[in-house]
Design a protein around this ligand. Structure first.
Ligand SMILES: [Mg+2]
Length: 303
């Protein structure tokens, strides 16, 4: 496979690369920011791409935030963006459940492992759910819970889907309840299966790690609605109608962002080194996932 082109500091190469695309799909964490820390020259870079007439879509696996939450974050950090340009894995999951799965009522309720971002997006698509941020599930398991979950009296018979996202309140009661729904035939979906979450310029366990106990218990993987799943690419394309050959995916993580772009047969991919993956990983002989080009940081595109 061809070596990726290093663009930082090479104005001509940057101009040539940008001219090949009309649409840029952006990952957020590790590209635009790390937690609440905004990387240098990010707003200027976004403005520069817009001034060249590029269409921008922010495609993020972080399921704890809704599109509205993301818009607030963009505003707070001074990055120009519209709600319609944000496509998160919670929204992707809600769209998939409401418009693609379309389970017949009444057995179409979702048991949520996750935060308000998932609940808001399910609401936006008119999907009913239980669990999530409900305080009834944010407590220690009691002896009688085992009995009531096992005999079904603590379960909602209308639950047909378990949706696993990043839950900051992981506990045994929720895991046991979700496990029981899955054993009774509920579909197993995940907003995303990232192993880590970039925060505060460091890394923390991600949605895939938070949900790993349930995967181990049930012995099968969920269908993921986040990168690199092409179910998400199809949903993004369905909404934004772009030419894949004129589209570039920009991300910091090889096995999610860059793989997402390669599997989606986009015209190109751009890796940034401000997040998870290191250049040694894609420059190595026989590397499984190699971007088209890379920069040290997104702001390097300013030349
Ligand atoms: Mg990232």
């Amino acid at each position: 496979m061809a070596q990726p082109k290093y663009l930082s500091g090479d104005k001509a190469a940057i101009d040539e690369f940008l001219s090949r695309f009309d649409v840029f799909l952006f990952d957020c964490d590790g590209v635009l920011w790390s937690g609440d820390y905004l990387f240098e020259k990010v707003p200027e870079t976004i403005e520069m791409l817009r001034s060249k007439g590029k269409q921008l879509v922010f495609v993020t696996n972080n399921s704890t935030k809704s599109r509205q939450d993301y818009k607030k974050k963009f505003d707070k950090l001074g990055i120009p963006a519209k709600v319609e340009e944000v496509f998160g894995s919670s929204y992707s999951a809600a769209v998939y459940i409401a418009r693609i799965l379309k389970l017949p009522a009444p057995k179409n309720k979702v048991f949520v492992l996750g935060e308000t971002g998932i609940e808001q997006e399910l609401d936006s698509e008119g999907v009913s759910y239980i669990g999530g941020t409900d305080p009834a599930f944010r407590r220690d398991i009691e002896p009688e819970d085992f009995t009531n979950i096992a005999n079904g009296s603590a379960l909602d018979p209308d639950v047909g889907i378990v949706l696993s996202g990043l839950d900051f309140h992981v506990n045994y009661l929720k895991m046991a309840t979700a496990f029981q729904y899955l054993q009774r035939g509920a579909l197993f979906l995940a907003t995303n299966t990232d192993s880590t979450l970039p925060m505060a310029q460091s890394f923390f366990p991600g949605a895939g790690s938070a949900g790993a106990g349930l995967v181990k218990a049930i012995g099968r993987e969920p269908l993921s609605l986040g990168k690199p799943s092409q179910a998400m690419m199809d949903a993004v394309e369905g909404k934004f109608q772009f030419d894949r050959s004129r589209t570039c995916m920009i991300g910091d993580r090889l096995n999610t962002d860059i793989q997402f772009g390669i599997d989606g047969k986009l015209g190109g991919t751009l890796a940034v080194l401000t997040g998870v993956s290191k250049k040694e990983e894609f420059l190595a002989e026989g590397a499984p996932t190699v971007p088209t080009a890379y920069v040290n940081a997104l702001g390097d595109l300013m030349g």
